[in-house]
Ligand binder design. Structure first.
Ligand SMILES: NC(=O)c1ccc[n+]([C@@H]2O[C@H](COP(=O)([O-])OP(=O)(O)OC[C@H]3O[C@@H](n4cnc5c(N)ncnc54)[C@H](O)[C@@H]3O)[C@@H](O)[C@H]2O)c1
Length: 363
């Protein structure tokens, strides 16, 4: 059935008689597609990368920590994959999980979201629910995506179709929490959109947390990642200080974490990697400028974290000196290029910065 009213949609959720489209089948979109399909919905996966959709059709996985069996186990009569966005017309809900990187000038790059709008816009129909999950600054759903979709489709984003924002909190390869067991924050552009999105997610995710607007949901995701970014910078700074004092920062953190309240352990490292923590905070920095506000904590954390690869290179140089060796001419093995163990995502890897720095300075 193709739902047109809010009540029909909510009824369709209950009977699972809905088709959900997932746009962007990467680290976020693919596990979400699997969860939504396993919850009993018909699902259609959209990606611009024809190689990915072909692999999924063939029952193959291209993400290391997602076994192919999770894909082959899906009922192919109810799950399909395509690069043709015209096929979004008979989806009742569409969830967008495309990348949101930074530009060369470290400003938000919404080109993937806008490209998605161009692809979906001509096929939007009355009654559809469109949810943005990509991490972004407050105001993107209401102020950027909705007007774009409206102007292309000629439909109103509050009365003809429905829009919500629900941040993805996926932590790839986390054995304790996966897409389905991480509570989902949901904000709607209207009450109707919130009711629809919440009803859908409630059947897929263990718990939904309704907030009063898309902006609150967008800000929630940024706050979570800024919290990590700032605390990682703090522990990185402490590592440098304690190392000079001959104190092992790891021992300090492990001792401090025995405090049962008021402390949360963060661990030092060679900088930040992955598509989230090094990038997302700067979405807020950029947006805050519109209000004449400088996000000093974020900037400082960024400075400390981006200096860490240089610190590692310097320490390597000093360690080699102890053996009367130079960096030039030495073969150095870097173990673990991604931002955490057993993940094949090396976007923003600090190890790659360290490599570039080494090459620039000594090769
Ligand atoms: N990776 C994570 O752990 C994580 C966690 C939480 C939130 N997020 C956020 O989720 C979003 C997606 O991140 P990701 O890591 O899944 O990215 P990704 O690069 O792994 O996946 C994005 C997918 O979108 C596809 N794509 C690009 N443009 C498209 C378009 N116009 N239409 C359809 N498909 C398109 C790409 O081919 C790719 O398969 C980002 O906003 C990110 O910040 C990521």
């Amino acid at each position: 059935m193709m739902t047109t009213t809010v009540e029909e949609f909510i009824e369709g959720v209950a009977t699972r008689d809905l088709r959900v489209g997932i746009v962007g089948l990467g680290y976020v979109g693919l596990p979400l597609l699997i969860e939504v399909a396993n919850a009993g919905f018909r699902v259609r996966g959209f990606d611009v990368d024809a190689e990915k959709t072909a692999k999924l059709v063939a029952g193959e996985s291209y993400i290391r920590h997602i076994p192919a069996e999770h894909i082959t186990a899906l009922d192919r009569a109810r799950v399909d994959y395509t690069t043709d966005f015209a096929e979004s017309a008979d989806c009742d809900a569409i969830v967008i999980c495309v990348p949101t990187p930074l530009t060369q000038h470290r400003e938000p790059d919404l080109t993937y979201i806008l490209h998605t709008a161009e692809e979906l816009g001509p096929h939007i129909r009355r009654g559809q629910l469109i949810v943005l999950e990509s991490t972004t600054f407050p105001g993107t759903t209401r102020g950027v995506l909705a007007p774009r979709l409206s102007s292309i489709s000629g439909l109103d984003a509050e009365t003809d179709f429905h829009m919500a924002y629900s941040p993805e909190r996926e932590d790839p390869n986390n054995k304790e929490f996966s897409t389905g067991t991480i509570p989902k924050v949901v904000g709607g552009m209207t009450d109707a959109a919130l009711r629809m999105a919440s009803a859908m997610y409630r059947t897929v995710i263990c718990r939904t947390v309704e907030v009063s607007s898309c902006e609150v949901a967008e800000a929630t995701k940024l706050m979570e990642n800024i919290f990590r970014c700032v605390n990682i910078a703090l522990v990185n700074e402490l590592k440098i200080v304690f190392t000079e004092m001959g104190i092992d920062v790891w021992e300090v953190v492990n001792a401090a974490r025995t405090k049962p309240f008021g402390f949360m352990p963060f661990y030092p490292g060679p900088g930040l990697g992955g598509h989230c923590i090094p990038i997302d905070p700067f979405y807020l920095t950029w947006k805050a400028k519109e209000y004449g506000i400088a996000t000093r904590f974020i900037e400082l954390a960024g400075e400390i974290n981006t200096e860490m690869p240089n610190y590692v290179v310097e320490r390597t140089m000093l360690a080699l000196n102890d053996y009367e060796k130079t960096v030039r001419g030495s073969r150095i093995v870097l173990v673990g290029l991604s931002y955490k163990a057993n993940i094949d995502d090396i976007r923003e890897s600090p190890e790659l910065c360290a490599l570039a720095e080494t090459e620039r300075t000594w090769c």
